[in-house]
Ligand binder design. Structure first.
Ligand code: GLV
Length: 310
């Protein structure tokens, strides 16, 4: 059984080493050097892989994402029929995203943009004291990443709200679901954090209408996918003051084009899809576990519901 690996060359080497360290018998083929197409039974792919190429491997049965998200594997034309798709669930990925969310929640809560600005101008002026118990943080998505980040915010004393597609309950989080739930939650979010999977239903969920439902001067944090945001609408909301500032780690397209207004916007924090980066050594055990299960015909782990899209 051969395994196709496909991402940037330097990253592929790291993945290969991490997988071989656990199972030296694995036959790993680095794209595009795949050898005989009929050897390939599993593929581990990141965003750059052309999904049409996957139709060249007649015995392919499993497609593994190199990250928590799988939208890059489900976009048209999608995985070949009959091929299962698995994602990664990893403590380091979850922890890193929690840190990035907290960094930005605290940045906005503690008026860091304003104080940096004052420092540049040598202005000694205290702003109104921020109160944790009065700064409501709302989460779109309470999956692995969202639930963890929500828990971190709660542990600091922020009132935490969360929205999911279907009903969900999480201790200490005021939960909302469905379209009515979204409209009910947004007016109560001083800081809105998006950690949703990108699906046809969630694409563009941060748009003129939803942003207008936030309290005036709310903050937006997106660590999910660029496709969740309608950029023109967010820029307009920043312009009008409806949104006070945004922290964005993800964009559509990536890399963010050099002339994009986000780069130089004084109220936008840009990071280059670096909030939570997969560490091959950390995720290798679950990947090898799935390859062994595939070989032995046992049930696979971390499978994605293809109809649901995550
Ligand atoms: C990163 O974007 C991931 O999906 O893990």
């Amino acid at each position: 059984m051969a395994v196709l690996l496909s991402t940037k060359p330097a990253v592929m080497e790291e993945w290969r080493a991490a997988l071989l360290a656990l199972d030296p018998t694995l036959d790993i083929r680095l794209y595009p050097e795949v050898g005989a197409p009929q050897d390939i039974e599993a593929a581990i792919c990141w965003t750059s892989h052309d999904l049409a190429d996957l139709r060249r491997y007649p015995r392919l049965r499993l497609l593994i994402s190199m990250g928590a998200g799988v939208d890059h594997l489900l976009r048209p034309p999608g995985p070949p029929p009959g091929v299962a798709v698995a994602r990664l669930k990893d403590e380091l990925l979850t922890t890193a995203m929690g840190e990035w969310v907290l960094l930005n929640v605290l940045r906005f809560h503690r008026q860091d943009l304003e104080y940096r600005d004052q420092q540049r101008q040598r202005i000694w002026r205290e702003l109104p004291a921020p109160e944790t118990a009065r700064r409501r943080v709302g989460f779109l998505g309470l999956g692995e990443l969202g639930a963890h980040a929500a828990g971190l915010c709660r542990s600091l004393g922020f009132p935490v709200l969360g929205w999911t597609r279907t009903p969900r309950s999480l201790p200490g989080v005021e939960c909302f679901h469905g379209p009515e739930g979204l409209a009910a939650m947004l007016p109560r979010c001083d800081i809105l954090v998006c950690l949703l999977p990108l699906t046809p239903q969630t694409r563009g969920i941060l748009n003129a209408r939803t942003l207008s439902l936030l309290p005036r001067g709310a903050y937006v944090i997106n660590g999910a996918r660029g496709g969740h945001v309608v950029d023109a609408d967010l820029l307009a909301a920043l312009e009008s003051g409806q949104v006070a500032a945004a922290a964005l780690d993800v964009f559509d397209p990536e890399p963010l084009p050099p002339d994009h207004p986000y780069w130089t916007h004084p109220r936008v924090i840009v990071t280059p899809h670096a909030a939570s980066i997969t560490i091959p050594r950390s995720v290798a055990p679950q990947v090898v576990e799935n390859l062994v299960r595939l070989r032995e015909g046992r049930p696979l782990i971390h499978l994605v519901d293809l109809a649901r899209g995550y």
